[in-house]
Design a protein around this ligand. Structure first.
Ligand SMILES: [Zn+2]
Ligand SMILES: [Zn+2]
Length: 234
């Protein structure tokens, strides 16, 4: 009843083109900038990096990273509407997109020769946490919501094992400054020894948040960290 009333007052519109009806209309769904997993870099998830990658030195701590789409248009709006406009109904939409790409990536090998994604080889799903400042501003951790939905899609338990201290806002910083700014700001707050983990984030830009999180998990004895994200900036 409350939902029907809200729908009457504020009809659901497409987050990208504002067409009334669905959160992501059929037209926008059909033109999402999917990354083809066959040709994506198995190390950093950038598109077309399978043979030679311009976006990484193939030295990431994650065993592989699987990104669903380029960070532009609809995916960029999906992330900002979830985070900043509190459109929480986008969390399962984002999770479904990530699950689709993970499924596609299961057909292709990582550098270790094993499938990039194999749910039976993963013990739990964890996520790059919001900074305390972002959490205080928004009142929720959007990646926790996405991870809960993704865990349900994949049949994996969600392990809330990472915590973050505030660092300076990353957006204005270059690659080297981002790494220095984040060094030591991610903490592991539970036992992860021996676990093979799937680590989720919204957007991989230079990879510093994901790499810093993976480094912290491996330092605490995690067996492996497979990264995944909705979007990749390159
Ligand atoms: Zn649309
Ligand atoms: Zn790469």
């Amino acid at each position: 009843m409350a939902d029907a009333f809200a729908e009457l007052l504020w009809p659901t519109r497409c987050v990208f083109c504002e067409m009334p009806g669905e959160l992501l209309c059929e037209k926008c769904r059909a033109s999402l900038p999917w990354i083809c997993q066959r040709w994506a870099c198995p190390d950093c998830g950038a598109p077309f990096g399978y043979l030679t990658c311009t976006e990484c030195e193939h030295d990431w701590e994650t065993r592989t990273v699987i990104c669903s789409m380029g960070f532009s248009g609809a995916p960029a709006r999906m992330v900002s509407c979830l985070k900043d406009a509190h459109e929480l109904r986008l969390a399962p939409v984002i999770a479904a997109a990530m699950a689709t790409s993970l499924d596609e990536a299961s057909s292709w090998p990582a550098r270790d020769g094993c499938a990039r994604f194999d749910p039976s080889a993963i013990d739990a799903l964890c996520f790059v946490p919001a900074t305390p400042a972002a959490y205080a501003r928004r009142g929720f951790d959007h990646m926790e919501l996405v991870s809960c939905a993704l865990g349900r899609e994949l049949g994996l338990p969600v392990a809330d094992v990472l915590a973050r201290r505030d660092a300076k806002d990353q957006r204005a910083l270059g690659k080297k400054d981002r790494a220095e700014n984040l060094a030591g700001t991610v903490e592991v707050v539970d036992d992860v020894a021996g676990l093979d983990l799937l680590l989720a984030d919204d957007v991989v830009t230079t990879g510093t948040s994901m790499r810093e999180s993976a480094r912290a998990l491996l330092a605490r004895g995690a067996a492996s960290v497979t990264g995944c994200a909705l979007a990749r900036v390159w």
